[in-house]
Every structure is written in structure tokens, then in C-alpha cells.
Design a protein around this ligand. Structure first.
Ligand SMILES: [Zn+2]
Length: 416
């Protein structure tokens, strides 16, 4: 087999590309240099917009792109950087199939690095390929911009979830919109206000907004008011995830209250035991071990109020699994029980639930309880933790989209 043929296959170059020279220069780390050119000497395409354009000049001579490593060696592709005269963009470096415009890395190399940055983080990818963090960051931007230019994620939406995500300490938030059907994140922007939600509906446009049948959100008026205004016909559902979050908060408030009382009365040991119960109480009953369940049952003898709070949380959670009619009946019962519970956090919660009742029933009726917001929230939390936080909301949004919008690059050797 000829070396050229081996190189073509090993470097994964396409048929339009011709290898005409190669070299292994001396250096600390093994390095391979491969000279390539395009097969067709006909008209080139503009590197910026991709349109056919006529030859302009030879440009600034040779250009070099870092390609995927070959064994122990790093690999550079080298080619002439011809320029074309694009009717739209003016004189521009001609498009090459192996690299994105304005990059000194090949497409395959960038896809590989971005893949690693998504799975791990940008710094780990930078270390692995011995490039700068900034270079990795730029690659993520380029890959995401290219992918988002190809698909319109806002097409064909029927049901969406609108939620907020923290990106930095001190009340810095993003607004994130997910598609209930695919589970993908389809839109994200800095801020959490009526204006931010308005931006989403502006991007969606009136026609596509009219096709929207369901919107799930928490109780926040900065979301609900805009939804009511922009898509008055859509059914607004309350994310189950949020309702259960409220109940869990109420339960924790009761536990804290009981703990404080015990401490004040000098029951230090009992107070300490109560503090340790925190994580046990918020977990779902079905995920508890036999011993943990016994601990909760034992509250019947030691702290009735806390047991009542716990039951209220679990009952509310169970209610979402019922068919609508049964759920409506159960909700009546729950509201009566919570209102008379003499537990202030649950009396308050009952009032909140009552005011969102139609939204809660819509959630149950349309079964929009599949935790899309919850799983995306968890994944976004993971992205933030992997990066050890984001200073720049834009960089965070890019990583969220790359990971959760279904636009992550495929590994170069699996690409069709
Ligand atoms: Zn152009």
C-alpha cells in the first residue's frame, strides 16, 4: 500500500483533498507535516458564506492547521490559502473542506476537543491537547455557532418549559426554555425578567407562538404574565418539580421550627437527632431503606407535627401520579388537611396551591410531569460544576446548548 493512501485513510481526509507531500521535522515531540490541496482547481467557495466565487489571489502564502494527533505525533495540515472574490463578502480566504473559517485547527480536531470539553471541561480538554483554554473556548463558540446556524430549534414546538438557572453567586440568572417533546434545551438567555421571556417570544414569532399549546413554569409572575400576554390560548401548567420543591421547603421549615423549639427547651440530644433527619425527610419514600422508613415511622411517638408535615409532602407528591378525577378529589382532601394542619408553612402552601389549582390540574390532565425541567436542571448544574462556575453568561449558554440542545459534534470518525 502506498504511503499516500495510508495517510489519506489515517488522517480521515475527504476525496476532494489531495496529499502532495509529507515530512517528519525534528523536534521534541514527534510531528508530522502533510501538504494538501483541493482536487478541483475550478471555482472556489467563499470561506465566510460558502457561495461560489471567482479566484482573487494566492493570499498570504501557506497556512497551517493543527489536525488530530497521529499516534505519538502531532499533525499539521499545510496548504495554500488562496483567496476568492465573493460578491457578498469581498476578497475572502477560500473555503477548505478540512477546516472552519478563521481557525488554525482542522474541523476534526475541533470536534474532538469540543467533545472532550462537553464531557469533561474546557481546562481538561486544553491540557489533553496541549492548547490554551482560550483556544478551546473559541472552538466551542465556533462549533455551536455553526450548528445553531443549521437548525432552527424553535421550529415545531407544542409544549415548552420555561425556567431559571443560576450561573453565578449573587442573583445572576439565565432563563432556559426546554421542549417537552424532545427534552432538549431550545433557547437560553441572560436574565430572568419579563423582558427576557419577551425576547424568547420575539425569537419565536407570532405564527410559531400560536402553535404553542402548553407552557410549564413555576409560579413566577415574570414568566406567567408574559405567557398570558403572548400566548393567551396556551394552557399554563405548573411543573411538578416546582410544586414538590415547595412542599419540601415547607417540610424543612417545620423541621427547623421543631428543632429550634427543642433546643430552647434544652432537649439538646433530641434537637441533634432532628437535625440529622433533614436529608431523610426530603427523600422519596420509595427510595428509603427499611431502617430509614422505621426512623420516619418512629416520629409517630416522638414528633407528631413533623410526621404530619412529612405525610403532607408525600401525599402531594403521590397525587401527581393519579388520573385527573382521582387527583382532583385527592387535592380537595389534601387542601383541607393542610389548611387544618396547624403547621404554618403548610397552611401557607395550601393557599399557594389553591391559587395555582387550575395550573396544577392542567399538569395532571396533560401529564406534563415528566421532569424535563428537573433533568435539564440537573445536567446544567453538572455543566456549571464541571467548569467550576462561569463568569460569562454567554460561555455558559454555549455549553448548555452544546450539551443539552442536541448539537454536540460527533466524533470525527463516526461522521457520515
Ligand atoms: Zn461570501
Amino acid at each position: 500500500m502506498r504511503v499516500k493512501k495510508v495517510l489519506m485513510a489515517v488522517l480521515g481526509l475527504c476525496r476532494e483533498t489531495v496529499i502532495w507531500a509529507w515530512e517528519l521535522p525534528d523536534g521534541d515531540r514527534a510531528r508530522m507535516e502533510v501538504w494538501v490541496r483541493l482536487r478541483a482547481r475550478r471555482r472556489g467557495r467563499c470561506g465566510r458564506c460558502g457561495e461560489f466565487a471567482s479566484f482573487y489571489d494566492q493570499g498570504g502564502g501557506e497556512r497551517r492547521w493543527r489536525h488530530v494527533d497521529v499516534g505519538f505525533a502531532t499533525c499539521d495540515l499545510i496548504a495554500d490559502a488562496r483567496r476568492v472574490d465573493c460578491p457578498m463578502c469581498g476578497p475572502t480566504v477560500a473555503q477548505v473542506p478540512w477546516a472552519r473559517h478563521d481557525s488554525s485547527f482542522t474541523r476534526a480536531f475541533e470536534d474532538l476537543v469540543v467533545h472532550d470539553a462537553i464531557v469533561g471541561n474546557k481546562q481538561a480538554a486544553a491540557d489533553r491537547y496541549a492548547i490554551s483554554w482560550r483556544a478551546v473556548n473559541n472552538m466551542c463558540e465556533r462549533v455551536a455557532t455553526e450548528a445553531l446556524g443549521r437548525v432552527d430549534l424553535l421550529d415545531g414546538l407544542i409544549a415548552v418549559a420555561i425556567d431559571e438557572v443560576k450561573y453565578k453567586k449573587g442573583q445572576r440568572y439565565l432563563t432556559v426554555v426546554c421542549d417537552h417533546v424532545t427534552g432538549k434545551v431550545i433557547w437560553a438567555a441572560k436574565g430572568r425578567s419579563k423582558a427576557t421571556v419577551g425576547e424568547f417570544f420575539d425569537a419565536l414569532g407570532d405564527e410559531r407562538a400560536a402553535a404553542l399549546q402548553f407552557v410549564t413554569a413555576d409560579g413566577a409572575s415574570w414568566i406567567r404574565d408574559v405567557v398570558a400576554d403572548r400566548v393567551p390560548d396556551a394552557i399554563v401548567c405548573l411543573d411538578t418539580f416546582h410544586v414538590i420543591g415547595w412542599a419540601t421547603d415547607a417540610l424543612d421549615e417545620v423541621r427547623r421550627g421543631e428543632w429550634n423549639q427543642l433546643r430552647r427547651r434544652g432537649g439538646a440530644a433530641a434537637a441533634k437527632a432532628l437535625k440529622g433527619l433533614r436529608w431523610l425527610l426530603v427523600r422519596n419514600w420509595e427510595n428509603l431503606s427499611g431502617r430509614q422508613r422505621a426512623t420516619i415511622r418512629a416520629l409517630d411517638g416522638s414528633n407528631r407535627r413533623l410526621l404530619r408535615a412529612w405525610q403532607l409532602k408525600e401525599e402531594l407528591r403521590e397525587l401527581f401520579k393519579l388520573p385527573l378525577l382521582a387527583a382532583q378529589r385527592a387535592l380537595d382532601g389534601w387542601l383541607a388537611y393542610a389548611s387544618r394542619s396547624k403547621l404554618p408553612p403548610f397552611v401557607k402552601l395550601a393557599r399557594t396551591v389553591r391559587s395555582f389549582r387550575s395550573s396544577i390540574e392542567a399538569t395532571i390532565e396533560w401529564k406534563l410531569t415528566n421532569g424535563i425541567a428537573e433533568s435539564n436542571n440537573a445536567a446544567i448544574g453538572r455543566i456549571r460544576a464541571n467548569a467550576r462556575g462561569f463568569h460569562e453568561p454567554h460561555a455558559f449558554i454555549t455549553m448548555i446548548m452544546l450539551d443539552r440542545a442536541g448539537i454536540a459534534p460527533r466524533l470525527p470518525w463516526t461522521a457520515a
